[in-house]
Design a binder for this molecule. Structure first.
Ligand code: FE
Ligand code: ZN
Ligand code: FE
Length: 188
């Protein structure tokens, strides 16, 4: 809806009107389905990047519970990649072809935590801070995609995405619990 006020000024939306995206859809014809496809591609790229990043976090962890939790989430992440491929089949689209720049940035910052030196609990807490940024970013993506899929009445897609969302929420909670324990061992 165009906002009232600022009379005479046409919003940016009008400027985009004739622009076409890669599918040849004009901007004003973009649908919930188009948006959902973009979100799925973004998530697919994120999960792919994470299958390479999480093993480094596992290796960098000192606390065995942290390493175990991250290793478990790596396996879940590999499942999530497969799940998104299934979502692609259901939506008759390819999940490939987009790079999630946001996740790339989050992972880059996480790599900084792995390069730091200091007492083990402090280093682990740094890894958890990075890991939970990843989880929150993914949670936002899955929640958005679920809402869009619900709007389309794509029940099977919703079910698949909700499975992954539950894993992300679980991972976030586990990391936070481990952090609580490490806090006591860490010098303030
Ligand atoms: Fe994930
Ligand atoms: Zn992204
Ligand atoms: Fe995750």
């Amino acid at each position: 809806m165009a906002k009232k006020g600022k009379k005479g000024k046409k919003g940016k939306k009008d400027k985009n009107k004739k622009k076409k995206d890669k599918k040849g859809t004009t901007a004003d014809r973009r649908t919930v389905k188009d948006l959902l496809e973009d979100e799925i591609k973004d998530l697919y790229s994120s999960e792919q990047q994470l299958t390479k990043a999480i093993p480094k976090m596992v290796k960098g962890s000192y606390d065995p519970a942290l390493a175990t939790a991250l290793a478990k989430h790596l396996r879940e992440t590999q499942e999530q990649v497969i799940r998104l491929e299934e979502v692609g089949r259901l939506l008759e689209m390819k999940p490939t072809g987009k790079k999630c720049e946001g996740m790339e940035g989050v992972i880059k910052e996480g790599a900084e935590a792995l390069e730091k030196e200091g007492p083990e609990p402090i280093l682990d807490l740094g890894i958890i801070g990075a890991g939970n940024r990843v989880e929150h970013y993914e949670i936002a993506g899955y929640m958005t995609a679920i809402s869009l899929a619900q709007r389309l009445g794509a029940g099977e897609v919703v079910t698949l995405l909700e499975k992954s969302l539950a894993e992300e929420l679980g991972a976030e909670q586990t990391l936070r619990r481990i952090a609580t324990g490490l806090m006591e061992a860490a010098a303030a």
